[in-house]
Design a protein around this ligand. Structure first.
Ligand code: CTP
Ligand code: MG
Length: 180
């Protein structure tokens, strides 16, 4: 059933969705690249900070733990099972989301794009792809069980839509410089 696949995909990807928003809210301070440049361009730029990365990862893991407590009642409400997150899976999704975003900045700087510039596709999918890869690497049995092909396909299709909506809201609230 499509509704069930969408619900499971959203639920399971939530610990990967929240980190970016938490990083926007709590980020700032020392940049990860320490101001270093390569070929005259910043390695990552001032938009990738230690604090934002730590806050994002912690927020994603905390959310996964919260969802674990809710999964039984949510399953009762919806009428189908929703997965719980083992710690390794939670950390992989949350940190993977941050890592994907960081790697995208690395790519963007090498392409000569300034901080905040958009690269359609990369911006919306970097964190999903990295979160899924880390989940399969660090919690393989769980990931194989939860991320079935339909769930992965749905996650890849709906994530860009959700991501763009969330960034639009963050922009309207003055939390982000660009609406994407
Ligand atoms: N942020 C952070 N640490 C991260 C990711 C994000 O501190 N690892 C904060 C920064 O304040 C950043 C804001 O969240 O400016 C928005 O994140 P994002 O859009 O990913 O960064 P950009 O500033 O657009 O930079 P880039 O072009 O490198 O993506
Ligand atoms: Mg950006």
């Amino acid at each position: 059933m499509l509704a069930e696949t969408v619900a499971v995909a959203l639920w399971t990807m939530l610990p990967a969705y929240i980190p970016n928003n938490a990083a926007v809210l709590f980020g700032g301070g020392a940049p990860i690249d320490g101001g270093h440049t390569y070929d005259g361009r910043r390695l990552l730029g001032d938009g990738k900070t230690w604090r934002g990365t730590a806050a994002g990862t912690l927020a994603g893991v905390a959310l996964a733990i919260g969802l674990n407590g809710l999964s039984d009642s949510a399953a009762g409400l919806f009428g189908f099972d929703l997965p719980t997150f083992p710690l390794a899976g939670a950390v992989a999704l949350a940190f993977g989301a941050m890592l994907g975003d960081i790697l995208a900045s690395l790519v963007k700087r090498r392409l000569g794009r300034a901080r905040g510039a958009s690269v359609p596709g990369l911006d919306q999918l970097d964190f999903v792809v990295a979160a899924l890869l880390l989940a399969f690497a660090f919690a393989p049995e769980w990931a194989v069980d939860v991320f079935t092909l339909p769930v992965v396909v749905v996650a890849v299709v709906i994530t860009p839509v959700l991501h763009l909506s969330a960034n639009g809201v963050a922009y309207l609230l003055g939390l982000k410089q660009e609406p994407y």
